[in-house]
Ligand binder design. Sequence first.
Ligand SMILES: [Zn+2]
Length: 136
Amino acid sequence: MTVQSSLIRNLESNLPLGLCRIPPSPPDFFMTSPSKDLSIADLQKHIHRMYYDKDVARGVDGTFMWLMEEVGELASALRGDDRENLAEEFADVIAWLFTIANVADIDLADALSKKYGNGCPGCGRFQCECSLSEKP
Ligand SMILES: [Zn+2]
């Protein structure tokens, strides 16, 4: 259901505006389709808007299991030759990671920026010079 159809439904039910569950001025964020080039912060907001209520009801543990299932599907896709499916599995893993971050109240753009924004966390360089045996 779109926000617009919710608004129409609320207006049709003759509820005073203060009782509408959807605010009368819809947010301007992704009212139609999201742009192809999403920032990390925008994508987290987008996932939040779409799934947060369900994600909170499921909780971190249940959501983490979905992420692990998607990681397994990504592993299978990496062994196959279906490029479209592979791209979808990458997208699913990222989406479920955002979902868990939303439930755990973690700002991923901020976390990524703090950890990787100034170079490799291991060696501090923008072209990592850590040995292959190290995990930065
Ligand atoms: Zn490094």
